[in-house]
Design a binder for this molecule. Structure first.
Ligand code: SF4
Length: 649
């Protein structure tokens, strides 16, 4: 009997074994697609099954997965998204990052849901995907070049209709927070660039023209049109189209000088307020097919990089590499943002690590002897820019910054760890908010402290003022623990179906059709119409629970237990009566969170929960090899062992 055609998804993956130079196209079973939805879920499944616990993330045994979702490449807006997942060299737990651009849609048009990279090439290589033709090519002439040059060279060689994901010198030099950069400006964080570099994979170029198959086209298009209309008519979404995440500079209290305070609207200089950036903007742009088009395109007006054009400068870059490092002028922030994109580094850990180093420098824990003469004074721009070059090239003190916050604290020692505000190796700083959903979200995130795993939705945007009707009907919980779980599930959904979490990562933009068919009803309708399979709200909820629980099981194998779901506290608060009270509240919420997730009180998913979710083999495995040695961050290499160098950007 002929195999039933899969609609919505492409139904196949490219597996590239770099050690053997072998490419295999594998069909993806319908049940896997239904159970894990796509994107992040598909990647999680491969990673749990293929990555053995506690391997070196920078060794050939690690696996790098890139996957799009069922909505990617369709007429649904905000859906050209790709999830990149691996065992992170930055955190030593699951590391995934999500990027937009045009590459994700083109991968789907080429006829693939996923790329899985295994092994290590003996020489630099790139993966060329031209519709059904997939091959590995030598990339020696690209090695040492930045992501913009690499993209240009590959498009020059193969055609402008190819889309390129690449690593820069930071990835080649195994900088632990190096990203894969999509279409020059989109960054997939948590160290995917370093893993790609360790495998000697410089780039992936893709071209495709296939249409995504849809089961009930009229119904699907009607839903997509309703969704688009919402974005085009909603007042907040129009502001996002105009300002993107720059809106956050005056709304989200960016940290200043390594979180010494959080800036109010009045304290933010006019130059870096949303309207201030307009001076440098030459146009707006967006990911493939997105009606929001939240990205700025700007031109640097002066200095060494005068005339250079950048795009997608986000709030996080302004905050982490700007205000939190004490840098408050727009031109410097644009230069720094472009350098990060060109070298291929995530701006958040790069900024946090430099801000942390600057803080240690102010306290006298490190001096110019440690920094090779560079000044780490807060307002010192030129030396900060120089430090970014040295980080990407792993030169001098940059070789220490390249280890990330946790690595920096370990290398410096001398009490530095007391000020390293991380959860599982990732940082969002200490919070000045009361203990609650905000702090709990950072503690429980399955990729380490992070603003996009649940926190911001649970904390702000599901406020009764935004969705009064949903709260009144009991669809959106007011209590912090169920509110967080719902938010974590919603983020998981976006990352799986290939939907952007939106310019300001709010519910209304991330969960398709939620404004009209709450909360996952619209998604169930869209996926059913698209794939011809039956999706219901309970079936979607179960998939999301399955995916999140599988992620936790992955973390358990890496040695994560309750104590790692920690509350970040300022050193001056720790041990005080207030600090102790906060910790007790945190522990109470954590216990409740585990109960509601179906995990035991050490944060380990129970057998009953795993079996209910169809993950018996996962229960068998984590029981068989338990207990796991305690997580203590990534296994750091001796600094002299790292590759270094490459062209200066
Ligand atoms: S909202 Fe912005 S980031 Fe999201 S898909 Fe649209 S253009 Fe891309």
């Amino acid at each position: 009997m002929a195999e039933e055609k899969i609609l919505g998804w492409a139904g196949r993956a490219v597996w590239a074994d770099l050690t053997r130079g072998k490419i295999v196209k594998r069909p993806i079973e319908r049940k896997i697609l239904k159970d894990f939805l796509g994107g992040r879920g598909l990647n999680d499944k491969v990673l749990f099954d293929e990555v053995r616990p506690r391997i070196d993330p920078l060794g050939p045994e690690n696996v790098l997965c890139l996957a799009v979702g069922p909505l990617t490449g369709t007429s649904f807006t905000c859906s050209s998204r790709i999830e990149v997942s691996t065992l992170s060299p930055q955190s030593y737990i699951l590391g995934d990052g999500n990027s937009g651009g045009t590459f994700p849609a083109f991968l789907k048009f080429a006829g693939y849901d996923q790329i899985v990279i295994t092994g290590r090439s003996s020489k630099p290589a790139y993966l060329l995907i031209d519709e059904d033709e997939v091959e590995l090519r030598e990339a020696t002439e690209l090695w040492g070049r930045n992501t913009w040059e690499t993209t240009e060279m590959l498009q020059e060689k193969h055609g402008r209709d190819f889309r390129v994901a690449s690593i820069g010198q930071a990835g080649e030099n195994l900088v632990r927070f190096a990203s894969i950069i999509f279409d020059k400006y989109g960054s997939a964080a948590r160290g995917s660039g370093a893993v790609s570099g360790s495998k000697k994979l410089k780039a992936i170029a893709v071209r495709g023209s296939k249409k995504v198959g849809v089961a009930r086209e009229e119904e699907f298009e009607r839903l997509a049109e309703e969704d688009r209309k919402f974005f085009l008519s909603d007042e907040t979404q129009r502001l996002i189209s105009k300002y993107g995440t720059h809106l956050g500079v005056t709304r989200w209290w960016p940290g200043y000088r390594y979180f010494s305070k959080f800036l109010s609207e009045d304290e933010v200089p006019e130059e870096i307020k949303p309207e201030g950036w307009k001076k440098y903007e030459i146009r707006r742009s967006g990911c493939h097919g997105c009606v929001v088009a939240c990205k700025n395109v700007y031109r640097i007006p002066e200095g060494r990089y005068a005339g250079e054009i950048g795009s997608g400068l986000e709030y996080e870059t302004i905050f982490c590499l700007g205000t939190n490092c004490g840098i408050l002028d727009a031109v410097s922030i644009m230069v720094i943002g472009n350098l990060a994109d060109k070298y291929g580094m995530c701006t958040i850990p790069l900024g946090n690590t430099i801000a942390f180093a600057k803080y240690l420098y102010q306290r006298g824990i490190i001096t110019k002897r440690d920094t090779d003469g560079l000044s780490l004074d807060w307002e010192e721009v030129d030396d900060q820019i120089e430090l970014i070059h040295r980080t990407a090239l792993r030169e001098g003190f940059g070789n220490v910054i390249a280890e990330g916050m946790l690595g920096l604290a370990k290398v410096v020692d001398k009490g530095a760890m007391d000020y390293c505000y991380h959860v599982k190796g990732l940082s969002r700083g200490p919070s000045d908010y009361p203990i609650g959903v905000f702090t709990l979200a950072h503690a429980t995130s399955t990729r380490g402290a992070d603003h996009l795993r649940g926190r911001s939705w649970a904390f702000g945007e599901n406020d009764p003022e935004v969705f009064p009707e949903l709260v009144r009907r009991g669809l959106m919980p007011k209590d912090p623990v169920p509110a967080l779980i719902l938010s974590e599930n919603a983020v998981t959904l976006s990352d799986c179906i290939g939907r952007c979490k939106g310019g300001v990562n709010s519910w209304v933009s991330a969960v398709p059709l939620v404004f009209k068919y709450p909360i996952f009803e619209g998604v169930a309708m869209a996926l059913s119409a698209e794939t011809g399979l039956s999706f219901t709200v309970p079936s979607i909820m179960e998939s999301l629970e399955r995916i999140y629980t599988l992620e936790r099981a992955f973390l358990v194998r890496q040695g994560i237990t309750r104590k790692h779901d920690r509350l970040v506290q300022r050193s001056e608060v720790m041990g005080t009566p207030r600090g102790e009270e906060e910790r007790r509240n945190h522990e109470r919420m954590l216990s409740d969170y585990y109960r509601q997730r179906g995990w035991d009180q050490d944060g380990i998913p129970t057998r009953a929960t795993l079996e209910r979710l169809g993950l018996k083999y996962v229960a068998d495995e984590i029981e068989r090899d338990a207990p796991y040695p305690d997580w203590d961050g990534p296994p750091l290499w001796p600094l002299e062992k790292y590759p270094h160098g490459g062209n200066r950007a």
